[in-house]
Write a protein of this length. Sequence first.
Length: 367
Amino acid sequence: MSDASAARPPGIAVSGGRAWLAVALAAAVSLACEGLQDRLIERAVARAQAVDRSEWLDDGALHVVLCGTGSPLADPSRAGPCTAVVAGGALWIVDIGPGATERLLLDRMPLSGLAGVLLTHFHSDHIGELGELTLQSWAGGGRREPLPVHGPPGVARVVDGFVAAYAQDSAYRVAHHGADVMPPAGSEMRARPFDPPADGTPVIVLERDGLRVTAARVDHAPVTPAVAYRFDYAGRSVVISGDTVSSPALVRFAQGADLLVHEVLADGVLRVASRVAAEGGRPRLSKIATDVIDYHTSPGEAVEVAREAGVGTVVFSHLVPPLPGLLAERVFERGVVDDGRMDIVLGEDGMHFTLPAGSAETLLESL
Ligand SMILES: [Zn+2]
Ligand SMILES: [Zn+2]
């Protein structure tokens, strides 16, 4: 190993260190001044207010934002599963995992335009922040009507539970700010159940302002029913797989979609983790690591589903297990055959896809 400090002219490190210390001290002293604090805060608030994603509500394009690309396993850089879709003048949220509400707020998503939540199934990582999202879109977004929550049979039980858990909070806020500012109905939710056939035939969940949302069953047994959603708007389309094994029903459902947001699990890594846990005398963890492999999809399989469906771009989400940047890139490309006919994207929180109407383009930026 080379010693960089040995080649450095004498004195440089010391004077550089002193300069840095002087700057830090000056900043600390300046920040003690309340006037400067206020100016910095004013500037930050103005900067935040200048970001207005509500423009997306009526620009005619289909927008997709990854508001959570993680899983039930803790990951400092990924919230739990969440995909936001802006279409037909409204915001729709598919699944709302732990940490996803904060992601939506930090990315300044237009919660005032939230028209509904769509749940793929009721594993905790997909529903954990349903109460928090409802609260934030009411208290911050100003919603005056109950929030519709669509899902397969069982959704009413989930909604009733969250409404009960947040009932006291809602009452406090109405009492504190008044019903004009906090209309009580806006704190509530309404379950909107639908029941797609077991053979994978899609059902229409809603049609509104040029947007059609359909759902089809996928295979996440023993979790049943579990569904995927498809949004069609202005000739563009996105499919969100939910949790599933590689599924022929999903191939049919995603046929010709512009974008497929597909869950992935790095099965090889889970097998290594299971073996290490077993060798370390932790049979329970070893069994769980093995069990989860059989109801998810490997990256290679997800790309095959996308290829057979003829989609334009496949985006990996719900990444299991959590891995740091470059290692994730390498691990989640294992088994992937890239023939160059579609774009393959390793999803990250805050990714924004724009699908303009009357175009075949899919534009990607990070918020
Ligand atoms: Zn699940
Ligand atoms: Zn999940």
